[in-house]
Design a protein around this ligand. Structure first.
Ligand SMILES: Nc1ncnc2c1ncn2[C@@H]1O[C@H](COP(=O)(O)OP(=O)(O)O)[C@@H](O)[C@H]1O
Ligand SMILES: [Mg+2]
Length: 400
């Protein structure tokens, strides 16, 4: 047997990582690894405080951009509230629902039931399909029979198609469906969503509102420092963590992004059989995560939209100008589409598709010369790095 097939070789854990799980999405750091969120933790704690003593929790709405610790802090505090309430003999349960997965009333209701069932009555049979929201609520109220307080975290609540779940939960106790006090922590990444949410959610759900602000570079640095032990000793160059923190701070202080880039940098070093992680790996990792993100963003788009974006990216890359008229883009788009053997869409369709892209923040469209009046030109500008766009469209091509 050759040496390359020894178990140690075959199952090698590499030269870079010691505990890579510390850098995985969804990893919940211990309390002493949560940085710069003391006041937010206190406020979530204050909302749940009465509940740990058997009283009604306050509902809470949390806003803030992605990667500002909203999900982390909410889950962490719920877990602690649950432990703390045990001391006073209070049965507090919490469930976490991501509304980007469970985006209808029935799906959320089912998720609530299944999570509580798994915890409190694993042998109970619950149908996973063929029944509606109201049946799921019946299961839920039965399951909550011995529960004093039930806290529901509804994350990414702006993805939820309707408000019926909110209504049900907010009125459950008052309408006698259950004896448990029900509290809801609603979370949204979209600050713009605030007005709408306030309208949607009935007044009993908006006891308190809390905004999570972005992290600054030193905080991001500390978050990353706290996970240095994800790497083997001596593997990380000194400038890697500060550089990663600076990149993520420039974006909008997104901790998830910072952690992702650090993980990607380590993975790149590993793939290349390097034994150290340098700032070059960080640059390359940044590029790679941007490309992936853009691919996710356009993954549902038609090939024509992709030709249009490629045309705009090529124009941007090959000219000093940053803005292009619909006609300029259309001309290049026609060639690209024909090269791929498809019939190009009309000028008007391309114009409308470009406007759609501007809603997604991929492009920006505006009038020049004479404002929005008749005869004014519509110009379009790519809001992403053209090299990233082209690389993403190239590597994403096989999947089309
Ligand atoms: N204050 C923090 N301390 C340590 N790690 C953090 C902190 N905030 C965020 N993170 C890390 O970033 C990831 C994303 O945070 P998350 O709570 O999911 O952000 P949000 O829900 O606001 O989008 C978390 O899984 C965690 O790894
Ligand atoms: Mg989140």
């Amino acid at each position: 047997m050759s040496e390359g097939y020894s178990d140690a070789d075959l199952f090698s854990t590499g030269d870079i990582f010691a505990r890579r799980e510390l850098l995985r999405v969804g990893h919940v750091p211990d309390r002493d690894r949560i940085v710069g969120r003391d006041s937010e933790m206190r406020q979530v704690g204050a909302a749940l405080g009465p509940a740990t003593d058997g009283g009604p929790p306050r509902n809470l709405i949390i806003f803030g951009k992605t990667g500002t610790g909203k999900s982390l802090v909410s889950r962490h505090i719920c877990r602690r509230a649950r432990k703390h309430s045990q001391k006073s003999g209070i049965n507090l349960r919490h469930v976490y629902v991501d509304c980007s997965d469970a985006d209808t009333e029935t799906r959320v209701a089912r998720e609530l039931v299944l999570q509580v069932r798994d915890e409190l009555a694993p042998s109970m049979d619950v149908p996973v399909q063929g029944i509606g929201a109201s049946e799921y609520y019946r299961y839920l109220w039965t399951l909550l029979d011995d529960v004093d307080v039930f806290v529901v975290i509804l994350d990414e609540i702006d993805k939820l198609a309707d408000d019926d779940v909110l209504m049900q939960l907010s009125r459950a106790e008052e309408s006698g469906k259950t004896d448990a006090y029900v509290g809801v922590i609603s979370i949204s990444n979209k600050i713009e969503y605030r007005e709408q949410l306030n309208e949607r959610v009935n007044s009993s759900l908006q006891d308190r509102e809390l905004t999570f602000h972005p992290y600054d570079a030193p905080q991001l640095e500390e978050i990353l420092e706290n996970r240095r032990d994800a790497f083997l000793d001596g593997v990380l160059h000194d400038d890697v963590i500060p550089k990663t923190a600076a990149l993520a701070a420039r974006e909008h202080g997104d901790a998830r992004k910072a952690v992702d880039i650090l993980f990607e940098a380590g993975s790149l070093a590993e793939e290349r059989d390097d034994t150290e992680v340098t700032s070059q790996h960080v640059d390359d990792a940044q590029q790679r995560t941007e490309v992936k993100r853009f691919q996710d963003l356009v993954s549902g788009s038609t090939p024509h939209v992709k030709y249009i974006l490629r045309a705009l990216a090529l124009l941007t890359l090959n000219s000093d100008d940053q803005q292009f008229s619909t006609s300029e883009i259309h001309r290049l788009y026609e060639r690209l589409a024909e090269n791929e053997g498809s019939d190009p869409l009309s000028h008007d369709r391309v114009y409308r598709l470009l406007k759609e892209q501007s809603f997604l923040g991929i492009t920006e469209s505006y009038h020049t010369g004479g404002g929005a009046s008749k005869g004014a030109f519509l110009q379009h500008r790519l809001m992403k790095d053209p090299e990233i766009v082209i690389e993403a469209l190239d590597t994403g091509k096989q999947d089309d």
